[in-house]
Design a protein around this ligand. Sequence first.
Ligand SMILES: *[C@@H]1O[C@H](CO)[C@@H](O)[C@H](O)[C@H]1NC(C)=O
Ligand SMILES: *[C@@H]1O[C@H](CO)[C@@H](O)[C@H](O)[C@H]1NC(C)=O
Ligand SMILES: *[C@@H]1O[C@H](CO)[C@@H](O)[C@H](O)[C@H]1NC(C)=O
Ligand SMILES: *[C@@H]1O[C@H](CO)[C@@H](O)[C@H](O)[C@H]1NC(C)=O
Length: 565
Amino acid sequence: MGPPREARADDSDLDSNAPLLPAPVPSSSAASTPTSSSTKPSSSRTRVAWLVVACFGVGLLWLAFGTSYLDRKDRSAHWEGDPSFPSRVGYEGPTPTGKEAFAAATSYPSNFDSHPLHPPAQLANRKFNILHHLGNLSPWRTVNHGLRTTAQVPEGCTVEEVQLLHRHGARYPTTGAGTESFAKNVVGAEGFKASGNLSFLNGWEYKLGAEILTPFGREQLFNLGVSFRTKYGHLLREGQRPVFRTESQDRMHASALNFAAGFWGIPFEDKYHQLVTIEWPAFNNTLAPYMTCTNANRVDLTLGPRKMAQWMKRYLEGARARLQEQVEGVELSHRDVFDMQLLCAYELVALGGSAFCSLFTEDEWRGFEYAHDIEFFDIFSFGQPAQAAVGKGWVQEWLARTLKQPLSDFNSTTNATLHTPGYFPLDQRLYVDATHDTIVSAVLTTLGFSSFARSGPLPTDRIPEDLSFVTSSISPFAANLHSQVLSCPGKKEGSSRFVRWILNDGVVPLDSVDGCGEDPEGLCPLGAFVEVTQTRLQSIDWAHDCLAEYDLPKEPILDGRPPHS
Ligand SMILES: *[C@@H]1O[C@H](CO)[C@@H](O)[C@H](O)[C@H]1NC(C)=O
Ligand SMILES: *[C@@H]1O[C@H](CO)[C@@H](O)[C@H](O)[C@H]1NC(C)=O
Ligand SMILES: *[C@@H]1O[C@H](CO)[C@@H](O)[C@H](O)[C@H]1NC(C)=O
Ligand SMILES: *[C@@H]1O[C@H](CO)[C@@H](O)[C@H](O)[C@H]1NC(C)=O
């Protein structure tokens, strides 16, 4: 791999994205942004500064031209269609509805939906399913986090309240991801010619968009809405229009509306209030907290990109050599080969199938998956020192809803303007918030769910056995984390109210959380959990962790916080 190729891989980093990309490292795009080990702190800060400047540039352009676009969009949302095709003509027939479902208490359903994705048969069988090994690009499915129990409401308990934090559905690559660069700079290079298993590349066309949901991604959110209505519809209060929250980014807004269509049925507009908060640099937003937490985006504060590059060199060397034999005119880098794996994942969720998938062995797919585990651990959760602070705002809001006590301090990513009883009610029994993959992983860090950090620091020469941090189980497409506050009188001495956390249908073990103790059903006494969470939130100094100048310490970070006494 010659130096110029390395340089090109580096160029796919932050600054080449900047003019196009509103968010610094908003989401899962970082799989496409490893930086070389030679990246110096100062140059990375310059990159970030550059990015901020670029973002403001984009912001100004938006103010100048974007608002008229918004007006248009707004109007089209109320557009009633061609009057010759009226939507309400009467004659509906009988329309009685039934009672609310409560499947969470009766027969908690599992989810393995991946229709209409069609991976090659040799990679989608009972022993190995590639869809489970695509890191944050996997479709979500029911998983297990080590407890032998289901998320069904335990015997003797009733659910008082549920708070759901979910990710958007399957999307096209984020702007500037390696897939497009592969199309332009490898397949599009002068003299490129492929043979053997790679012959398809001679007639291949890049068909992916960027950022927005794919049709399958829309289906995932619709289904998630159906699923939550069927599991927890019983918690809705008659006559109450609950507030569900999402952000302004297109795929976030579209995810929330698809969820609503599944949850409420259409038309859903008069059933609830959809709060759309602004996701843009410098706006306080607990669902897009990296927009104000500068240190979360500093490449010198994470080992992730370097470790990913090391791991790629290791697990992809065989594939690189093998594929190179079938390519003329271009020297393939490890990064190029990784981009081919990304193309399999993205073509699958966008086009339903991909010729890239069968170019790789099962072990190479396990390697691909582990690259994402390194990425998410070291950049977006336990291994990066600002991540507990990144999740702080949402956890403060979780606590406010759980205790039914409004927030009074706004010194993290919370936005006081949005903390009125109208925008942030405390009397719902079911709350729904839409966010990004990296926030789900950050929130686990803030909550101190250290069972996920057990395998850390993650090595780059092998995949640890019994790996505790598996991105496809944590932050896949349409990932969903929810808490159940339960009343279980007589269940245990000393407490009758409990909380438990359910991540992608798997109950999270809480024995690593102080005061919870071991429980086969993942229950923690609510009082103990609230107390330990309050103490933790108080000890996370958002302004310091997110904004202060500090260096990455020599000792590995395993709790998402800078060294503290
Ligand atoms: C082509 O792919 C098949 C199966 O995917 C594999 O067995 C074979 O070794 C590959 N050929 C080359 C030249 O890589
Ligand atoms: C808070 O949210 C409101 C409404 O989205 C927005 O207008 C305001 O700029 C936000 N404030 C901050 C500090 O981000
Ligand atoms: C931030 O708010 C917390 C309470 O949530 C309070 O204890 C702390 O003193 C505040 N910090 C600053 C710097 O204002
Ligand atoms: C936005 O966040 C900053 C930093 O925590 C805080 O000082 C400010 O008061 C917040 N603004 C609002 C409107 O909540």
